[in-house]
Design a protein around this ligand. Sequence first.
Ligand SMILES: Nc1ncnc2c1ncn2[C@@H]1O[C@H](COP(=O)(O)OP(=O)(O)OP(=O)(O)O)[C@@H](O)[C@H]1O
Ligand SMILES: [Mg+2]
Length: 523
Amino acid sequence: MRSEELTSVLMHELQRYERKIELVDVGYVIEVGDGIARAYGLEGAMAGELLLFPEATKKLGREFFGLAFSLEVDSVGIVLLGPDRLVSEGDEVRCTGRILEVPVGMELLGRVVNALGQPIDDLGPIPYKQTRRVELKAPGVVKRKPVCEPLMTGIKAIDSMIPIGRGQRELIIGDRQTGKTAIAIDTIINQKNAEPPVYCIYVAIGQKQSTVKQVVETLKKYGAMEYTIVVSAPASEPAPMQYIAAYSGCAMGEYFRDNGMHALIVYDDLTKHAHAYRQVSLLLRRPAGREAYPGDIFNLHSRLLERAAKLNDELGGGSLTALPIVETQLGDYSAYIPTNVISITDGQIYLEPDLFYAGIRPAINVGLSVSRVGGAARTSAMNKVAKQLKLDMARYFELQAFAQFATELDEATRRELIRGERLVELLKQEQYNPMSLSHQVLAIFIGINGYLDDLPVEAVREFERGFLEFVNHRYPEIVHEIEKTKDFSEATEKKMHKAAQEFKAAFVARLEGRAEGEMSVAA
Ligand SMILES: Nc1ncnc2c1ncn2[C@@H]1O[C@H](COP(=O)(O)OP(=O)(O)OP(=O)(O)O)[C@@H](O)[C@H]1O
Ligand SMILES: [Mg+2]
């Protein structure tokens, strides 16, 4: 071999030579229990980093991870993403440099998954193509655009008085058993006909398994599961899973938002989410603050809710709308978690037990409910009939309280009370009965134009039902126009009056006939 050859071979070998040293930060478990562990070492660990447990991985048969939760001077508090019995003291822990990711995409629609995005619905593995970090920074102001399209809930009282826009965050707040979940589920069911489509994510946090199962059954029954993902972290799951579920669901929603599509996410509920976080924090001996919650509880929820957004047109114009739910105790909405979430969201729908038990369902307290941005997204058709509705209703409830003590009322007040009573009746709505825009507009139209004022209150809902059917048959063009243009012309408005008068004449005649019939039976 000549010397030149030798050098070239050596050069070649040197070029290919790569030092194969893996630098991993390794630590050891010093304490484990209650779904958390503490490890010594791991100096380079980052907050929120995935940490691998090699021993537990062997026992489990697939990778066993934990999340670096609190970084302290000589140890790291770790939240375990699996059964803690597989981890024991002295086990090795390794940094991975990765952040927790969950599967995202269309393939998840129709599925029920756990907080890590793994299927729990017996429908086999999910053929997902993409994953996404559960914790991502929310889009900044330049990437956003004010809400401009309505997100119809199909619930008259909400779409008319507390309108929600795509990309908005609207809190549903109230005591237990006041119909909070019902509003969220009805909204999901109503997205069946949404154009462009709205994909839904229902995150169940800290609920009973049976309750979640019922929700899934309901969604299936109304054909809503096809476009919905259910993320379930029931009360039986360890607290860390309940805490992570909200972020996992959010990541799944962001996939739609960032790909120019629209999505709706329901967090049911954030009170239990805060409880789970408090539990984890206390176990890790973080200093406790107000109501024993750790100091960053506000950050916890704003980090989550800020990710709901309407993106600008350059970014595809997608949106993620959030409906967080918060449970109050005895109507105390000035408690810690409720006030926090109220201040992070763009408005709230406040539900009240008194109204609920009085049969006013949905039990919305009009005075305390507000939507701060959704008005801009309300359709013109709805604007025309519902502009005054919220004020009128709030005034009615005030007058009503006052009128209980008054002996004599002037004519104007009396008339307002009569109108209000009928509007309250008109805004009642059964569960699982979302209404189309045109039907909502027509219903409110007869209310605000006084067509119900001289009818008995008990007849209001029958009148509404009958009238909508009547218009469907006799004046289908009204329905078509409102559905197509989201507006109605003056000519159509005249026609709406004509229809109302025609139907009312027939309805009153029928009522009178019925009353006479009853009298003759009595005689
Ligand atoms: N609009 C409605 N009309 C009739 N019944 C309703 C209506 N909304 C809710 N309900 C009924 O009220 C009950 C409570 O509703 P829901 O479970 O939605 O309340 P919640 O506030 O979510 O309760 P929880 O605090 O237990 O989560 C249910 O039985 C539900 O069927
Ligand atoms: Mg509920």
